[in-house]
Structure formats: C-alpha cells, structure tokens
Design a protein around this ligand. Structure first.
Ligand SMILES: O=C(O)CCC(=O)C(=O)O
Ligand SMILES: [Fe+2]
Length: 326
C-alpha cells in the first residue's frame, strides 16, 4: 500500500471530532438546534463505536492548556532532587504530589497528581511558581466541562434529564495528573500499558509529540495531537450503567523519540456509589444485565492492588470483566 493510501485509511479511522459550542452558547433558532442534534448524534455514535472522541470550541482557552503543558515540562525538567520535594505525604487515597513509576513497572512515566483545589492532600511544587495557579485553573475548568459533558452523555443515553447529575453529584473523588513519558529506547516503547479507565469521563490534552492510541475492533488508532483539542473518553462506570452500549475503550501510550507531556483529568464517582446496569438498558428493554452490581470503592481498591501487588500472570489483572455476568 502506498503512503497516501495508508494515511487516508488512518484519517478515515480517526476518532470523531465534535464542536460542542451548541451546548455552551444559548440559542433556540433552527440552525442552533440542528447543530446541537448533529453533535448529540456524533457523540452517541462515537461513544458506542469508539468510547473516544475529541472536542473543539469547549470554552477552555487554548493558551491556558498550552501554558499548563509548558509549565509541567519545566517542572519535569528539574533535577530529581527538586521534584522529590513534592513527594506524596501519607494517608491520601492516591499519591497526590510528584511520583515516578517504580523501575519494575512496565509503565514508563512520571506524574504530578492533584485532587480538587483546596484538598488537604495536595502537594504542589514551588517551581515553576505559576504551575499551581495554572493547574488549579485548568482543574476548575475541567470540572465544569465534566458537568457539561455528563449532561450531554445523559441525553445521548436517553436518560431522564438530570439523572447522571443527581447520581454523580459529589466532586471530591475527581483528580488530575500532569504526565511526562520518557523517550523510547531501542528495545522499549511502552509509556502506559493498555488499559481502560475505571471512572465516568476522562479528559486528556497533550503536546505535539503523540503516542496515545485507542483500540477499535482490534486495531490501534493513534490520536493525532492538535493544539487546543480535548480528548474525551468514557470510563467503566458509563460502560456498566449503559450495559455495554457505551464503550470504555482500551487505550495505551507508546513512547516516541522525544519526551511527551499530557494532562489526564478524571471526572470520577464517589466511592460509596453503587454501580450496576440501569433498567433502561436491561429489564426495560428485555435485555439481561451484563454486570453484577458493585460498590465503586471496592472496584477502585482492586484496581489499585493491580498496581501495588502486580499479579504475575497478565490474565489475573483485575478490570471491569471481574463483574461481568458470564
Ligand atoms: O497521557 C495520556 O495521553 C493518557 C493517560 C491515560 O490513559 C491515563 O492516565 O489513564
Ligand atoms: Fe487512561
């Protein structure tokens, strides 16, 4: 196959891009309503075919996203000793602050993890000085975007208005990570091993290096970087609630010749929530539930154990199939 053809095929496979301005700008005219229903249509299709899409005109300034990436690059460029000044304290549910994947981990990256601004668990680097302010602004913006996208997904799922908002109203489990992936070596290019996210909705923005890939029908599709775009992927909670109608897609990061920087924000769910297929996607339409119900924190604990006590056989790693009804 010549290069043009293979480029064309990748373009055809690329994850859909959606203009979400019709959900932000108020308007009742015909054109506005048509653009809104086109966006709903694309998101519904993307959610069931890919579990991934990208959004534009989301209202978060491109300069803010770019600055966040530049500041994290500065931070990760500091000597290890400097970075370790913001190592996690004890007692947080996840290691808030700076961490590096342990040497034995197949994931080759380092990250700075934060909970919502104001959380006592947060540990921010002092340098570069603007990093904290910019991260907190990005976080607040992404919480707002999470609430917007959750309402859109609620519509796409055909749920009663406000259903997901009411179900997932507590924001204290949300978190965000600034990530740096090391350059690939001759023998090794894994950045993050293939996985699906456990939460509700994830947002990612990345620099121009690339490396994020989504698995669709057994093929790995690269998510080509474009400044200002935000990548949206659905997590296991939405997959279970929708009884497999909407996908929590498997994805991974492969390392490139340069260091890659990205941010991943997890619009999460309170650990005390019960997760199971909604009747709208099971009994009410004559389908059997494909998962048994579970307490969200139990699932999160199992996922964390995968990391702290990695099973020796890959097939023993726990993911959402743990709750699947055979
Ligand atoms: O860095 C990325 O592009 C994706 C990160 C990711 O998949 C994750 O943290 O779950
Ligand atoms: Fe992920």
């Amino acid at each position: 196959m010549n290069e043009k053809n293979s480029e064309r095929m990748l373009e055809d496979l690329a994850i859909p891009t959606v203009d979400v301005s019709p959900f932000i700008v108020i308007g009742e005219d015909e054109d506005h309503l048509a653009r809104k229903s086109a966006a709903i249509e694309t998101i519904s299709r993307a959610s069931s075919e890919y579990g991934f899409f990208q959004i534009v005109n989301h209202g978060i300034p491109t300069e803010l996203l770019t600055e966040a990436l530049e500041l994290s690059e500065k931070f990760f460029g500091c000597p290890g000793e400097e970075k370790r000044k913001s190592s996690p304290g004890m007692g947080a549910p996840l290691p808030a602050g700076y961490s590096k994947q342990p040497d034995h981990s197949p994931d080759k990256n380092e990250y700075l993890l934060v909970f919502p601004p104001g959380s006592n668990f947060n540990i921010y680097p002092e340098n570069p000085p603007r990093l904290r302010e910019v991260i907190e602004r990005v976080f607040d913006h992404l919480v707002g975007l999470g609430s917007l996208l959750q309402a859109v997904i609620n519509d796409c799922m055909g749920l009663p208005p406000g259903f997901l908002k009411e179900y997932n109203h507590d924001r204290s489990w949300d978190f965000m990570a600034a990530l740096r992936y090391y350059p690939a070596t001759e023998s090794e290019d894994n950045g993050i091993t293939e996985h699906a996210d456990g939460n509700c909705i994830t947002f990612v923005f990345q620099d121009d290096v690339g490396g994020l890939e989504v698995c669709k029908d057994g093929e790995w599709i690269p998510v080509v970087p474009q400044q200002g775009r935000i990548i949206v992927n659905l997590g296991d909670v939405i997959q279970v609630l929708s009884n497999n109608k909407f996908k929590s897609a498997t994805h991974r990061v492969v390392r490139k010749e340069r260091s890659r920087h990205s941010y991943a924000f997890f619009y999460n769910l309170n650990g005390d929530k019960w997760v199971e297929p909604l009747p709208e996607f099971a009994e009410k339409i004559g389908k059997k539930p494909e998962y048994r119900g579970f307490l969200y924190k139990d699932y999160q604990d199992l996922r964390l154990r995968n990391k702290t006590h990695p099973p020796s056989r890959p097939e023993d790693v726990i993911h959402i199939n743990h709750y699947a009804i055979p």
